[in-house]
Structure formats: structure tokens, C-alpha cells
Write a protein that binds this ligand. Structure first.
Ligand code: NAP
Length: 343
């Protein structure tokens, strides 16, 4: 069956990334191209961002599935795909991959039309291949488009609390070793691209400068909303040819951004919702956004982003929102992964 899949494209090697230009992405006749990010800026739903992998681009809007409960997440995935989403973000750690796979199949949308991301959980860092196999089995798919190291935290699964993310990190293994194993996946046909998540500049710098790092991560999935805009980290990612994918783009559950005066007044003046304004801001800033919802009307509204755009002035006003908050810190982990140097 694997031979029926599109050939897996080789992820750009470090040496070919200076600078990363689209002309470096050499086409092959067997590649099915997704639309590139060259559409009108107001056509956000058909927008996708080219990655540092030959022929691959990631759709700008994906459905998030963290904290989407059993019994709800499959229906949400199905509703999203029926509404036109072509990008689903999940993780082994969300404990819902099986139902996400069921939602994909129930939608009737062909697998090859969907961008599917999942993530290696922290206690699986010494078992990268097995971690991928487990996710593929859960999802009921033969490959994922993007496989991410969920956190730069290599947790020993044999220590107490490991499955809650706590526990202890290994003494003889860290994310550099994990990335060595991730790189081996590229030739298996089971991942189209590999990347990282929750890597700040310090950890990325260490990874990219390590002699064992032959493949630059295609994506760094990080928290991005006006309360945590991380301009230095986004600029760093871009400078290395790494696409930034924005998680918690709405500010997550009980978001304070919905009542933020700047967001509200821009939304009112445009006849849009605060959520739509937040998502448009992310896409216009140049990153993919991963809004989560299990509510069909919201899933549809979150993708109703075409035919209008924020002006440069409106983008700048949102950039200037001073209030900072983080949805995902690192205090639940046994090691620090954020160092406050990404702003
Ligand atoms: N890599 C990582 O470590 C990491 C960390 C966090 C998140 N993520 C990814 O990013 C995704 C999104 O982040 P998130 O789940 O933290 O938060 P989010 O997408 O910023 O916000 C989700 C919350 O907003 C609500 N919501 C969605 N659309 C709405 C609308 N139109 N109007 C009003 N409320 C709305 C949802 O409620 P309902 O669902 O009840 O509609 C939910 O409570 C995750 O699901 C996950 O896939 C990755």
C-alpha cells in the first residue's frame, strides 16, 4: 500500500537553506501540489505556506484537537473536513488520535487531500519509531504529513508521573538524540516532514548547531496569539527556513482576548467576530493557525475568513496589545524549556 502514496520528499538539508528560496524546491512530476501562499491575501482558506521540503506546503488553517473530548472530537474533525478544512492537528498526548482517525474516515474526504499532523509524546523520546507506529495505528493511516517532537523534554517513562508529563528526564538522552531518530523517519515513507514544537531560540540554536543535525525542522509549532506573539522566535524560525505554526491562536479556553478592547473594536468595525479577527491576524502575520473547537457553528465561523482582511494599521494595533499571557508554560515539566528570550 505504501507504494500507492505520493513519494516522500526529502526534507531540506541544512546546507541547502541559505537562503531558503522557493526556487530551491525542485518539482518532481509525481508530486501533487497544494496551492501556495501566492493567492490574494484575502483568500485565507486556500492559502498554504511552502515548507523547506520539496513540494510541500502546509494549509494556513487547521483544526486543533487538544482538550477535545471523546465523543466530540471525531464529530468535530468530520464537521471541519466537511466544511472545507484540510488540516488537522493532533498528538499522541491528546489521547484522541483514534477518534480523530474515525472522524477523517467519516468525512469521506480522501486521505491525500488532508494535512495531518501528530506529535511524539515526551515519554517516547527513546522510542521514536515506535511512537510514530503507535500514532499511525491509532489514527488508522499509513503516513502523517508532519510528525513533531511535542516538547524538548525527554521524559523517562519508567519514572513515576511520566504519563502526566511530570517524572524525570533521562540522564543520558535529550532532544538532540531524539532528533537523530526523527531524521531516520524521513526515508521510511511514513512521514512527509518532521519538525518540533515548543522549541525556543535557545534550544533550536543548540539543535541546529549540533553536528548530528542534518535536517532542519520543517515546522516549529509554538504558542502564538496577541498575548504571546514571540516576534523574536518567529523571526528566528523564518531566518532558518522553519515555518511557524501557531497554537492556541484564540488564547485557548476562557480566552481574555475575546474581551480585549482593541480586538473587539476592530471586530465591530469590520462586522467580524473577535475570533475571526484573531485568526486573520495570525494568517496575515505569516503563520498557520490551529483553532480548536468542538462546536460545529464555531468550526465553520473560524474558517469564514475569505473576502476581507485586516489593514496594516489594524495588524499593528493588534501587535501593540501590551497584555502578556501564556497558555502553555513549562512549570508542569521536570525541566525548563522556555527562557523568556523569544519576545
Ligand atoms: N504543540 C503544543 O504543545 C500545543 C499546545 C496547545 C495547543 N496546541 C494545538 O493548538 C490547538 C488550539 O489551541 P487551544 O486548543 O489551546 O486553543 P484555541 O484554539 O486558542 O481556543 C480553543 C477554545 O476556544 C473556543 N472557541 C473556538 N472557536 C470559538 C469561537 N468561534 N467563538 C467562541 N469560542 C471559540 C473553544 O471552545 P469549543 O471547543 O467549546 O467550541 C475552546 O474553548 C490545540 O487544540 C492543539 O491542536 C498545541
Amino acid at each position: 500500500m505504501l507504494s500507492a502514496l505520493r513519494p516522500i520528499q526529502r526534507q531540506a538539508f541544512k546546507t541547502s537553506l541559505r537562503p531558503l528560496l522557493l526556487t530551491h524546491l525542485k518539482p518532481s512530476s509525481s508530486i501533487v501540489y497544494r496551492p501556495l501562499a501566492t493567492m490574494s491575501a484575502s483568500a485565507k482558506t486556500s492559502k498554504s505556506y511552502p515548507l523547506n521540503v520539496t513540494g510541500l506546503s502546509i494549509p494556513a488553517i487547521g483544526l486543533g484537537t487538544w482538550q477535545s473530548s471523546p465523543g466530540e472530537v471525531g464529530k468535530a474533525v468530520e464537521a471541519a473536513l466537511r466544511a472545507g478544512y484540510r488540516h488537522i492537528d493532533t498528538a499522541f498526548g491528546y489521547r484522541n488520535e483514534k477518534e480523530v482517525g474515525e472522524g477523517i474516515r467519516a468525512s469521506g474526504v480522501p486521505r491525500e487531500e488532508i494535512w495531518l499532523t501528530t506529535k511524539l509524546d515526551n515519554p517516547w523520546h527513546k522510542r521514536v519509531k515506535e511512537g510514530l507506529e503507535k500514532s499511525l495505528e491509532n489514527l488508522g493511516v499509513e503516513y502523517v504529513d508532519l510528525f513533531l517532537v511535542h516538547w524538548p523534554a525527554s521524559i523517562d517513562p519508567d519514572k513515576e508521573g511520566a504519563n502526566e508529563g511530570k517524572g524525570e528526564v533521562y540522564g543520558d538522552w535529550d532532544y538532540i538524540d531524539t532528533w537523530k531518530e526523527m531524521q531516520k523517519l524521513v526515508d521510511t515513507g511514513k512521514v512527509k516532514a518532521i519538525g518540533v514544537s515548543n522549541f525556543g531560540i535557545k534550544n533550536l540554536e543548540r539543535l541546529l548547531n549540533d553536528p548530528s543535525c542534518k535536517i532542519v525542522p520543517a515546522v516549529n509549532q509554538i504558542e502564538l496569539h496577541p498575548g504571546n506573539p514571540s516576534p523574536k522566535l518567529v523571526a528566528y524560525n523564518t531566518s532558518k527556513g522553519i515555518h511557524s505554526s501557531g497554537y492556541s491562536p484564540l488564547g485557548s479556553s476562557d480566552s481574555p482576548l475575546y474581551t480585549n478592547d482593541t480586538v473587539k473594536s476592530i471586530a465591530e468595525s469590520k462586522g467580524k467576530t473577535p475570533q475571526q479577527v484573531l485568526l486573520a491576524w495570525g494568517v496575515q502575520k505569516g503563520w498557520s493557525v490551529l483553532p480548536k473547537s468542538v462546536t460545529e457553528s464555531r468550526i465553520k465561523a473560524n474558517r469564514d475568513l475569505d473576502g476581507w482582511e485586516l489593514t496594516d494599521e489594524e495588524v499593528k494595533k493588534i501587535d501593540a496589545i501590551p497584555d502578556r499571557f501564556k497558555v502553555c508554560g513549562d512549570d508542569w515539566l521536570p525541566i525548563k524549556v522556555f527562557f523568556g528570550d523569544d519576545e
